[in-house]
Design a binder for this molecule. Sequence first.
Ligand SMILES: NC(=O)c1ccc[n+]([C@@H]2O[C@H](COP(=O)([O-])OP(=O)(O)OC[C@H]3O[C@@H](n4cnc5c(N)ncnc54)[C@H](O)[C@@H]3O)[C@@H](O)[C@H]2O)c1
Length: 269
Amino acid sequence: MELKDKVAFITGGGGGIGEGMAQAFIEKDMRVVLADMDLLHAEEAAARLGDRAIPLAMDVTSLDSWATARETVLTRFGQVDILCNNAGISSERMPLDQFPPEAFAKVMAVNVTGVYNGIATFGAEMRERGGGHIVNTSSVNGLTPFGTFAAYSASKFAVLAMSDAVRQEMAPYGVGVSTLFPGLTRSRMSLDPKGGADKGKIDRAALEANMMQPIWLGRAVVRAIERNEPYIITHPDYRPALEARFRDILDAFGGPAQPGYKTGASATM
Ligand SMILES: NC(=O)c1ccc[n+]([C@@H]2O[C@H](COP(=O)([O-])OP(=O)(O)OC[C@H]3O[C@@H](n4cnc5c(N)ncnc54)[C@H](O)[C@@H]3O)[C@@H](O)[C@H]2O)c1
């Protein structure tokens, strides 16, 4: 897809990875909407990015909020070409059986329902138009789950599942779908010690020094959209963990559990 003059709608655009995507899109002469629950952060990001960036207040968990945002953006720009479902929240690290139910529901509402809401709002018009691209932000935790981070990992696995399924649904209509799997990247979320890292167990100074800068994730997203690639993996250090996990899964395939079972009947289910 040629990106010049296209319009991107980026949730969680008020900083971090969303702002990195916005910056990379502007390098391609696009216009960007920075949609964020925190309007002040979106306004500050827009001020850094210049007049191709528009801040917008919205809550991704609310379909009404999506409808209002859609009206605003369509009135201003006519259409959204690139939808980046990027808003997300992290969580305290603790065993899942101690994780409070309200916190679990909130992680799912923002990280999973927020992505569904975005696709439900803009997907049909992309399909009818026969063009566009959706980028959903998962995480390395959406490929290899880590203990004490089960709710967040579950939400990010769900993002991958939705992305892969929607990519199949959208392919016949010329709409691309990509999933971004960031590792540790500099942002408010990753710099908040109660969020992405084990409190007290990790050398925060070393961790922060090694965080990737969001602009590089943004440029990787640009390349993936241009080439319609399904997966965007920016941090190769997680490859051994992923290889070990896939090896375990593939090793679990043996003969059928039921003697005489004829393979093929369950191809899609
Ligand atoms: N930074 C990392 O190391 C890292 C690693 C893997 C995945 N991620 C994912 O990247 C995405 C971006 O996170 P980030 O690291 O840039 O953090 P960030 O906290 O800077 O950005 C997230 C943004 O989402 C916004 N937001 C939260 N809830 C919202 C809601 N209900 N509606 C609208 N906006 C809402 C926040 O206000 C914030 O500006 C998230 O989905 C996160 O899970 C981040």
